[in-house]
Write a new protein. Structure first.
Length: 138
């Protein structure tokens, strides 16, 4: 895919780019339900995450994230090793001096996701349409 000359230039860019996209997607998953204009996109994103975690997870392991997989491939080509299975654990370890167990990360990640999904579904099915709106959701 990449030739030898382009790797040193492209890989650091990809590392940063994928990391930023990953953080933005995590924030969108956690906060997208709060804003009426982003609620529909949020539900779609949450569906994609559920599909990755549980459908692709049947083949690759529950909780599988293709973005993490691609990011780890880039990081390994950059020489970074001993990467955790979770991007969130990676960010935690880089950001805070106190370590956190992979199991705790998985529990917190799932809990935050479940709370966000519950809030999104609550807003989706209980909101009252404006007088000039179609009353059927989505």
């Amino acid at each position: 895919m990449l030739n030898r000359k382009s790797k040193p230039l492209v890989l650091p860019f990809l590392d940063i780019f994928i990391g930023v996209i990953h953080v933005l997607l995590i924030l969108a998953c956690l906060l997208g339900w709060m804003f009426p204009r982003t609620r529909r996109a949020h539900l779609i994103l949450m569906g994609v995450v559920v599909g990755c975690w549980f459908l692709l997870g049947l083949k690759y392991g529950i909780g599988y994230c293709p973005l993490t997989d691609w990011h780890w491939q880039v990081k390994e080509q950059l020489g970074e090793g001993s990467l955790p299975h979770s991007f969130i654990k990676y960010i935690w370890d880089k950001s805070f001096p106190a370590p956190i167990s992979p199991k705790a990360v998985d529990i917190l990640t799932f809990a935050a996701f479940f709370i966000s999904l519950t809030a999104a579904l609550y807003h989706h099915f209980t909101r009252k349409p404006k007088p000039d709106e179609d009353p059927t959701p989505m």
